[in-house]
Design a protein around this ligand. Sequence first.
Ligand code: PLP
Length: 400
Amino acid sequence: MKFNTDVLHSNQVHARLTGSYKPQAMAHVSPIYQTSTYVLEDFDSAVYLNQHVDEGFVYTRFGSPNADELEKKIAHMEHAEAALALASGLGAISTAVMSVVKAGDNVVIGDVIYGCTYALFTKVLSRLDITCTRVDTSNVKAVEEAIKPNTSLVYVETPANPTLKISDIEEISKVVHLHKDITLIVDSTFASPYLQNALDLGADLVVHSATKYLCGHGTVTAGVIAGNKERIDRCRMPYLQCFGAVIDPFAAWQLMQGMKTLGIRMERHCQNAMKVAKFLEGHPMIDRVYYPGLPSHPTYEIAKKQMHNGFGGMMSADIKGGMDAVRTVMNNVKVFSLATSLGNVDSLIQHSPSMSHFDMTPEERHAASIFDGQVRLSIGIEDADDLIEDLDQALNKIKL
Ligand SMILES: Cc1ncc(COP(=O)(O)O)c(C=O)c1O
């Protein structure tokens, strides 16, 4: 089956629904199991299930039918043995990372990654005596050279937030897997499984903020991890069990609805983004556009090789006139909403240095090409001409 059929029809049965939990009627859309706990059939099966929580439903922090259905869908779309759904993208990232690292380790991370992920490595893991080496992950040699004897994790975000830097997962995987004890985690949020399958390219775990394209409508916060069963089992027990970043059944249910249109949404996001990127590249008030589908993007060639079906709906742009010009644009857009998320059907605009990446120092931001006059655009599925007109009128209000 091709993507759009597959995303609708794969894994539609509740594989773990047994005994008294079998639905009485075969609802076309699964019901929401909005319950925190489950009635267990008798003492012996209660004892067994409490000790084998992946074989049934006991308590929602250990799993729910809605999370289970979503996990099977994600595993299928990411060509993985298993997946785990969590309460947010950061819940997924911190759970996946903690399942790999231990005190005294070193981690190698990209120099451009989402600000709160950066804070996890620099402000939280540093307290556990875990050192962090930042490198330009679009340069495989730099990754290779950064690996130390105590490195246990290489963490790559591609496309990276907010400069859309693309890193070559396949080549990085070859370098990482020369060392048998190093895990490669890829954050594929900006791509979604429609544009990129990181596990096929050699990643050990792939994570997504499902809040973004997987949901598509800006109605939930959620995250997912996919990989082989052994790694996912470890993420679930003890890390999800103990950290408790569990997905709510209603959020999982909403994600199942959102994912049905992932393919057609992504197709339109990509088409619109390409038109907007080309428009911005020719605009007199724009210094530079960061869109991996433009030949001017420094990692365009890797994007062309790695991403299938298109280059995504995200871009950044440096506006002439710095922060004052950014303020003018932000205060004058009418179709774009000033909001710090992405991947929604409607277009959003935000200022990365002061919003998503304020955890980095100005020096770190500038070294990573995150400049004060930079806006990040999440291009929605509106009519592209309206988006272009909106940006044009806002940019034309700038007074230098
Ligand atoms: C690339 C990337 N990964 C992870 C996250 C965190 O996701 P969440 O906000 O769902 O925790 C974000 C949030 O913007 C992101 O952009």
